[in-house]
Design a protein around this ligand. Structure first.
Ligand code: BEZ
Length: 209
Protein backbone atom coordinates (compact mmCIF):
# COMPACT_ATOMS: atom_id res chain seq x y z
CA UNK A 1 0.00 0.00 0.00
CA UNK A 2 1.47 3.38 -1.00
CA UNK A 3 1.16 6.56 1.05
CA UNK A 4 -1.96 8.66 0.45
CA UNK A 5 -1.41 11.26 -2.26
CA UNK A 6 -4.37 13.48 -1.36
CA UNK A 7 -5.61 15.08 1.86
CA UNK A 8 -9.25 15.71 2.75
CA UNK A 9 -10.30 18.33 5.28
CA UNK A 10 -12.55 16.10 7.30
CA UNK A 11 -15.11 16.15 10.08
CA UNK A 12 -17.05 13.00 10.84
CA UNK A 13 -20.19 15.05 11.66
CA UNK A 14 -20.45 16.76 8.27
CA UNK A 15 -22.84 15.02 5.87
CA UNK A 16 -21.06 16.70 2.95
CA UNK A 17 -17.74 15.19 4.04
CA UNK A 18 -19.43 11.84 4.59
CA UNK A 19 -20.56 11.73 0.95
CA UNK A 20 -16.96 12.01 -0.15
CA UNK A 21 -15.68 9.33 2.21
CA UNK A 22 -18.53 6.96 1.27
CA UNK A 23 -17.62 7.39 -2.39
CA UNK A 24 -13.97 6.68 -1.56
CA UNK A 25 -15.01 3.41 0.10
CA UNK A 26 -17.44 2.45 -2.65
CA UNK A 27 -14.75 2.96 -5.30
CA UNK A 28 -11.91 1.36 -3.34
CA UNK A 29 -9.93 4.58 -3.07
CA UNK A 30 -9.92 5.17 0.68
CA UNK A 31 -6.16 4.52 0.96
CA UNK A 32 -5.40 7.29 -1.52
CA UNK A 33 -6.71 10.06 0.75
CA UNK A 34 -5.45 11.09 4.19
CA UNK A 35 -8.12 12.55 6.47
CA UNK A 36 -7.18 15.79 8.18
CA UNK A 37 -9.53 16.50 11.07
CA UNK A 38 -11.02 19.95 10.97
CA UNK A 39 -13.27 21.31 13.71
CA UNK A 40 -15.14 24.43 12.77
CA UNK A 41 -18.42 26.30 12.85
CA UNK A 42 -19.57 29.49 11.12
CA UNK A 43 -18.33 31.47 14.12
CA UNK A 44 -15.13 29.54 14.84
CA UNK A 45 -13.40 29.11 11.51
CA UNK A 46 -10.18 27.23 10.79
CA UNK A 47 -7.34 29.50 9.60
CA UNK A 48 -5.65 26.61 7.83
CA UNK A 49 -8.81 25.69 5.96
CA UNK A 50 -9.48 29.33 5.07
CA UNK A 51 -6.06 29.48 3.44
CA UNK A 52 -7.01 26.57 1.19
CA UNK A 53 -10.71 27.38 0.73
CA UNK A 54 -11.61 31.05 1.23
CA UNK A 55 -15.20 30.01 1.87
CA UNK A 56 -14.00 28.14 4.96
CA UNK A 57 -16.15 25.14 4.12
CA UNK A 58 -15.54 21.41 4.26
CA UNK A 59 -14.95 19.18 2.46
CA UNK A 60 -11.95 20.51 0.59
CA UNK A 61 -9.47 18.15 -1.04
CA UNK A 62 -5.76 18.84 -1.52
CA UNK A 63 -4.61 16.99 -4.62
CA UNK A 64 -1.21 15.39 -5.18
CA UNK A 65 -0.04 18.49 -7.09
CA UNK A 66 -0.97 20.78 -4.18
CA UNK A 67 -4.08 22.24 -5.80
CA UNK A 68 -7.19 22.31 -3.61
CA UNK A 69 -10.66 21.58 -4.95
CA UNK A 70 -14.09 22.10 -3.36
CA UNK A 71 -17.07 21.74 -2.82
CA UNK A 72 -18.38 18.21 -2.22
CA UNK A 73 -19.98 18.01 -5.67
CA UNK A 74 -16.73 18.93 -7.39
CA UNK A 75 -14.76 16.52 -5.21
CA UNK A 76 -17.18 13.65 -5.94
CA UNK A 77 -16.91 14.29 -9.66
CA UNK A 78 -13.12 14.43 -9.45
CA UNK A 79 -12.78 11.23 -7.42
CA UNK A 80 -15.25 9.38 -9.62
CA UNK A 81 -12.90 10.02 -12.52
CA UNK A 82 -9.89 8.60 -10.65
CA UNK A 83 -10.83 4.93 -10.55
CA UNK A 84 -11.38 2.19 -13.09
CA UNK A 85 -14.54 0.58 -11.64
CA UNK A 86 -18.15 1.42 -12.44
CA UNK A 87 -18.74 5.16 -12.37
CA UNK A 88 -20.99 6.47 -9.61
CA UNK A 89 -21.86 9.63 -11.54
CA UNK A 90 -23.15 8.99 -15.07
CA UNK A 91 -20.89 10.81 -17.49
CA UNK A 92 -23.63 11.85 -19.91
CA UNK A 93 -27.22 11.54 -21.02
CA UNK A 94 -30.52 11.86 -19.19
CA UNK A 95 -29.28 9.62 -16.38
CA UNK A 96 -26.56 12.14 -15.51
CA UNK A 97 -29.02 15.00 -15.03
CA UNK A 98 -31.54 12.88 -13.17
CA UNK A 99 -29.03 11.37 -10.76
CA UNK A 100 -27.40 14.76 -10.14
CA UNK A 101 -30.81 16.31 -9.53
CA UNK A 102 -31.60 13.67 -6.92
CA UNK A 103 -28.18 14.33 -5.37
CA UNK A 104 -28.95 18.05 -5.38
CA UNK A 105 -32.22 17.37 -3.56
CA UNK A 106 -30.25 15.50 -0.90
CA UNK A 107 -27.73 18.33 -0.69
CA UNK A 108 -30.63 20.73 -0.17
CA UNK A 109 -31.84 18.60 2.74
CA UNK A 110 -28.33 18.78 4.19
CA UNK A 111 -28.10 22.55 3.63
CA UNK A 112 -31.40 23.19 5.39
CA UNK A 113 -30.57 20.73 8.18
CA UNK A 114 -27.16 22.22 8.89
CA UNK A 115 -28.64 25.74 8.92
CA UNK A 116 -31.29 24.65 11.42
CA UNK A 117 -28.63 22.93 13.49
CA UNK A 118 -26.46 26.06 13.60
CA UNK A 119 -29.39 28.33 14.43
CA UNK A 120 -30.45 26.09 17.31
CA UNK A 121 -26.99 25.20 18.60
CA UNK A 122 -25.14 28.49 18.16
CA UNK A 123 -27.68 31.27 18.67
CA UNK A 124 -29.30 32.20 21.94
CA UNK A 125 -32.88 30.84 22.15
CA UNK A 126 -34.42 34.34 22.34
CA UNK A 127 -32.78 35.15 18.99
CA UNK A 128 -34.12 32.12 17.15
CA UNK A 129 -36.00 33.10 14.02
CA UNK A 130 -38.92 30.67 14.20
CA UNK A 131 -40.46 31.46 10.79
CA UNK A 132 -37.13 30.90 9.10
CA UNK A 133 -36.59 27.66 11.02
CA UNK A 134 -40.06 26.48 9.95
CA UNK A 135 -39.28 27.35 6.33
CA UNK A 136 -36.09 25.28 6.45
CA UNK A 137 -37.96 22.36 8.02
CA UNK A 138 -40.61 22.67 5.28
CA UNK A 139 -37.91 22.34 2.63
CA UNK A 140 -36.70 19.15 4.31
CA UNK A 141 -40.23 17.71 4.54
CA UNK A 142 -41.04 18.55 0.90
CA UNK A 143 -37.84 17.01 -0.41
CA UNK A 144 -38.32 13.85 1.69
CA UNK A 145 -41.86 13.62 0.37
CA UNK A 146 -40.68 13.76 -3.24
CA UNK A 147 -37.98 11.14 -2.57
CA UNK A 148 -40.58 8.90 -0.89
CA UNK A 149 -43.18 9.21 -3.63
CA UNK A 150 -41.11 9.53 -6.78
CA UNK A 151 -37.61 8.17 -6.30
CA UNK A 152 -37.55 4.95 -4.26
CA UNK A 153 -37.08 2.68 -7.28
CA UNK A 154 -34.29 4.88 -8.58
CA UNK A 155 -32.55 4.95 -5.22
CA UNK A 156 -32.86 1.18 -4.89
CA UNK A 157 -31.49 0.52 -8.39
CA UNK A 158 -27.88 1.38 -7.55
CA UNK A 159 -25.80 2.99 -4.85
CA UNK A 160 -24.42 5.89 -6.83
CA UNK A 161 -24.08 9.65 -6.30
CA UNK A 162 -27.84 10.04 -5.81
CA UNK A 163 -28.19 7.21 -3.31
CA UNK A 164 -25.00 8.14 -1.44
CA UNK A 165 -26.20 11.73 -1.09
CA UNK A 166 -29.68 10.78 0.13
CA UNK A 167 -28.23 8.25 2.58
CA UNK A 168 -25.86 10.87 4.04
CA UNK A 169 -28.69 13.41 4.31
CA UNK A 170 -30.86 10.91 6.22
CA UNK A 171 -27.91 9.99 8.43
CA UNK A 172 -27.50 13.64 9.35
CA UNK A 173 -31.21 13.98 10.20
CA UNK A 174 -30.84 11.02 12.57
CA UNK A 175 -27.69 12.52 14.09
CA UNK A 176 -28.99 16.02 14.77
CA UNK A 177 -32.78 15.68 14.79
CA UNK A 178 -33.55 12.25 16.23
CA UNK A 179 -37.03 13.45 17.24
CA UNK A 180 -38.01 14.62 13.76
CA UNK A 181 -39.80 11.35 13.06
CA UNK A 182 -39.16 11.43 9.31
CA UNK A 183 -39.68 7.67 9.08
CA UNK A 184 -43.38 7.92 9.94
CA UNK A 185 -44.18 10.03 6.89
CA UNK A 186 -41.65 8.24 4.67
CA UNK A 187 -41.79 4.49 5.34
CA UNK A 188 -40.31 3.39 2.01
CA UNK A 189 -37.40 5.75 2.45
CA UNK A 190 -36.96 4.40 5.98
CA UNK A 191 -36.77 0.81 4.68
CA UNK A 192 -34.35 1.79 1.96
CA UNK A 193 -32.17 3.65 4.46
CA UNK A 194 -32.14 0.66 6.79
CA UNK A 195 -30.86 -1.51 3.94
CA UNK A 196 -28.14 0.83 2.71
CA UNK A 197 -27.00 1.57 6.26
CA UNK A 198 -25.63 -2.02 6.35
CA UNK A 199 -23.12 -1.23 3.61
CA UNK A 200 -19.50 -1.24 4.82
CA UNK A 201 -19.06 2.29 3.42
CA UNK A 202 -21.94 3.59 5.54
CA UNK A 203 -20.84 1.71 8.66
CA UNK A 204 -17.26 2.98 8.29
CA UNK A 205 -18.47 6.59 8.04
CA UNK A 206 -20.99 6.67 10.88
CA UNK A 207 -20.80 10.14 12.52
CA UNK A 208 -18.97 10.08 15.86
CA UNK A 209 -20.29 12.92 18.04
C1 BEZ B 1 -22.43 19.40 12.88
O1 BEZ B 1 -21.80 19.33 13.93
O2 BEZ B 1 -23.65 19.21 12.82
C2 BEZ B 1 -21.67 19.77 11.62
C3 BEZ B 1 -20.28 19.77 11.65
C4 BEZ B 1 -19.58 20.10 10.49
C5 BEZ B 1 -20.26 20.41 9.33
C6 BEZ B 1 -21.65 20.39 9.31
C7 BEZ B 1 -22.35 20.07 10.46
Amino acid sequence: MSAPSMTLYHNTLSPFVRKVVVLLHETGQQDRVALQDCTLSPVSPSAELNADNPLGKIPALRLADGNVIHDSRVILEYLDQQHVGNTLIPREGAARWRRLTLASMADGIMDASVLVRYELALRAPEKHWEEWLDAQRDKIRRALNVLENEAIAELTSHFDVAAISVACALGYLDLRFPDLGWRTANPQLANWFFEVSQRPSMIATMPKP
